[in-house]
Design a protein around this ligand. Sequence first.
Ligand code: PMV
Length: 354
Amino acid sequence: MGKEKNVIGSVKWQSPSNIAIVKYWGKKGKQIPINPSISFTLSNAFTETEITFSLKQTSTDVSVNFIFEQSKNQLFENKIIKFLNDIKSDFEIFGKYHLQISSKNSFPHSAGIASSASSMSALVLCLLSVEYPDSKISDETFFRKASYYSRLASGSASRSLYPGFTLWGKTEHLNSSSDDYATTLNFIHPIFNDLQDSILIVDSKQKKVSSSEGHRLMENHPYKDARIKQANDHTHELIRALKEGDFKTFERICEIEALGLHSLMMSSKPSYVLMGENSIKIIDKIREFRLKTNLNLCFTLDAGPNIHLIYPKSNLKEITSFIEKELLVYCESNKWISDELGAGPKQLNKSFYE
Ligand code: PMV
């Protein structure tokens, strides 16, 4: 790119989405989760964000211009400005530079895939690369800060900064755990190292109730205490299963967490349902297929109707054929997305012109 007037440099990051096995649902204080959560980072579902920064004249206000997939997007820009204003006292760059931010997702906008984890982590990685241009901080500190600020933008985004499995939220079962940022789990049994995530698109429409509203409804939820206990127990059990390569325990926790998340929505006040009729049909088919074949596979759902089918790569052939023959009829326009456990964020560019 040619140097425009006042442009000091540009940075670009690619950051992935993640899928939670133990779900984060409900928060307190400043984006502190009411329970620990565990996810794995995806590979193909990612956001690419570039920030070009130029000297600004006087104002100390945050000055940004945001372009999403080549068009102005006022809704996203307002969300970003609000977040940047919340964190601006920790950064010098907002006082010095105007930021031109452009962003795009690898997955279709209308796929019903949550993009806040990938988009917010990509944005934060760019901000930190501008704030710390001379690699004065170690990689460990850099990614921990990235996780910390991503959490403030969107809780689940805190878990997208690392490869493989990640835990966010304090638990007595992992010394390095914290409510402020996520940590990577580095004791994973090889059976989980090549997990596949086939995302069956049941409905790509925007959800009726946002995750922010869902977290809020947990504040006075009648099952809140039981949910916190369950999530802590699942975290403990899942850590053990991930260490030992116990797929059956992984499977059980993964499905109870998914159905539990949706049960919490159905029993909120007001109650709401985000699953669809076809989500249930797919779940039945998966359980039937598992009983018949004895293969390692399980499902999970995010806060929406789409089904994530999770299995080791060794089952790819049988499960792809199962999806094509028996599940695609329940998907919107036969749509599904193939993803897998990924290697974490990647810096794509760093150019400073001075
Ligand atoms: O990060 P948020 O505020 O969009 O919440 C996401 C919550 C779930 O996706 C439903 C679960 C999770 O842990 O990712």
